[in-house]
Each structure stands twice: as structure tokens, then as C-alpha cells.
Design a protein. Structure first.
Length: 271
């Protein structure tokens, strides 16, 4: 069910054309999955060691281990071309959410502590009408209202949906992606079209993931290029980094951006 004021772009989760573009397997994501699985094994071991000492602690550790194992499975299928973000976000199969609660709880704590410990601009203008940053706390809505931003593009899957940015005057666009992943080619095209449509209608757009460095930065670069504010993918990336120095897109993400620039012409917004 869609919340008030929310617009969610739809696209089949399994897109053969998107999987065909580039390498069919994300080996970097497979390595990350292996790291998570090693941590998961250690968590299962801890649950077993506590079994005779405290059944409560053992149960909680086993719950956390099961949660991380489920997340490993999501990363594994994502590495082979599927989009598993909606499952973690709770947009699909809501009954499975208790399995993910421990992982999401830890993610929320890490997010909150990291945000509190950083002193940086959180709403960075990458081109006229388009802003990039981390997921905002509800108390930070004035940072958007002061810039007349009404569209919020949320690319997170590990953090909860904010009701503040899901109701008027805001319009929320949701496309849940796992951390350390990027939109598939067809999905990136769709998201850019959605953002450009809002811009043509005179709305300003804020794009975010958890910290505004990877997933959302890639989309911001694609929009900058598509709008004509950069002549190449690398120039778009340089412009976005200049606006938000915290941006850090992995090499495979840059490849996604370059493929986008190769198949779509840049439409000048300044001529």
C-alpha cells in the first residue's frame, strides 16, 4: 500500500536487458557477501557458546545470525542481477520482516551514530533544482523547506521510511537498493526519467541513500549528465564530487554511469 504523497516508480524486478549489460556477475559484491557470511558464522558460534550460559542471549545471537544470513542471501541474488532491496525495505513479503529486524536495527544505530558524529553540509546542490545528501532526520525537514524542495528520492533499503518525507508537502519516490549496490541500467534510466519529469514540472528534488555517497551519488551524476550540466560521465562525477566531497562511487558504479552516458544523449539545459 502506498503512503500519502508517495510516488513509487514501477519496473519488473528481473530485467533480462539490464542483466545483459556489463558483467552478469558482480564479483565485488560476491566478495562483500563472503565477508558478511564469515561474520554470520561467528555470530552462530557465539549463539552456540551461550546456549548453556544464557538461553536469552543465545536466542538473541541466533536471531541476529539468522537475520545476517538472510541478508547474505539478498546480496547473493543481487550479485547475479536481481534487485532484492524491496525485500529488506519491507515493500514485499511483509511477513518476512521479523527476520530482518536485527540487521535493520544495527543499521539504524550505525546510521544515527555516524550522522551525529559528522559535521558536513547535508543538502548539497549538484545542479539547479537537484540536491544530494544523506537520509535526513525528521527534525531536518526545514533544510528542504528552506530550499523549496518537495520531491524526495529514497534509495535506502536498510533504513525505515520516514513518514515526515512521505506526506505533503513532500512527494516520495522509492527505489530500494542494498548498500554497496547500484541501479541496474534499465532502472537507472527510469529513475533519471522520473527526476527529470519532476524538474520539468518545476519541482526541486532531493536524492539520498543512507549517507549520500554511493547509491544516491550515482543517480545524481546521471541526472547531471542527462540535464546537460556535464559533457561526460567523468565530468558529471567531478561536478557532483565538487558539490559533495564525501561522494565515493566504487569502480563498478562508475562503469554503470559510463554505460548510461554511452546510451543516452546529454540534453543541454543551458543553451
Amino acid at each position: 500500500m502506498t503512503e500519502a504523497g508517495e510516488h513509487r516508480p514501477t519496473r519488473a524486478d528481473r530485467d533480462p536487458a539490464a542483466r545483459a549489460a556489463g558483467s552478469p556477475v558482480d564479483r565485488g559484491l560476491l566478495r562483500w557477501t563472503a565477508i558478511l557470511f564469515a561474520v554470520d558464522l561467528a555470530t552462530w558460534l557465539m549463539a552456540w557458546m551461550w546456549l548453556d550460559l544464557s538461553q536469552v542471549v543465545s536466542f538473541l545471537a541466533a536471531w541476529a545470525a539468522l537475520s545476517l544470513l538472510a541478508v547474505c542471501a539478498l546480496y547473493l541474488v543481487t550479485a547475479f542481477g536481481s534487485r532484492a532491496g524491496p525485500l529488506l525495505k519491507g515493500e514485499r513479503y511483509a511477513l518476512l520482516q521479523p527476520v530482518f529486524w536485527p540487521f535493520r536495527g544495527v543499521s539504524q544505530v550505525i546510521y544515527a551514530l555516524a550522522r551525529k558524529g559528522r559535521r558536513e553540509e547535508v543538502v548539497c546542490e549538484v545542479m539547479p533544482g537537484v540536491y544530494l545528501g544523506p537520509r535526513l532526520f525528521d527534525a531536518e525537514r526545514a533544510k528542504l523547506e528552506g530550499r523549496d524542495v518537495t520531491v524526495v528520492v529514497d534509495l535506502t533499503s536498510e533504513l525505515p521510511t520516514s513518514r515526515t518525507y512521505s506526506r505533503e508537502p513532500f512527494v516520495r519516490v522509492s527505489h530500494a537498493l542494498l548498500d554497496r549496490t547500484f541501479p541496474r541500467d534499465a532502472d537507472l534510466d527510469m529513475l533519471v526519467d522520473v527526476v527529470m519529469g519532476h524538474l520539468r514540472d518545476g519541482r526541486k528534488v532531493f536524492i539520498h541513500c543512507a549517507f549520500g555517497r554511493g547509491r544516491s551519488a550515482l543517480l545524481a551524476c546521471a541526472v547531471v549528465y542527462a540535464a546537460g550540466y556535464a559533457a561526460s560521465a567523468d565530468e558529471a562525477l567531478a561536478r557532483v564530487k565538487a558539490a559533495r566531497p564525501a561522494v565515493s562511487i566504487r569502480r563498478d558504479g562508475v562503469d554503470v554511469l559510463r554505460r548510461f552516458a554511452a546510451r543516452r544523449p546529454s540534453v543541454s539545459a543551458r543553451g
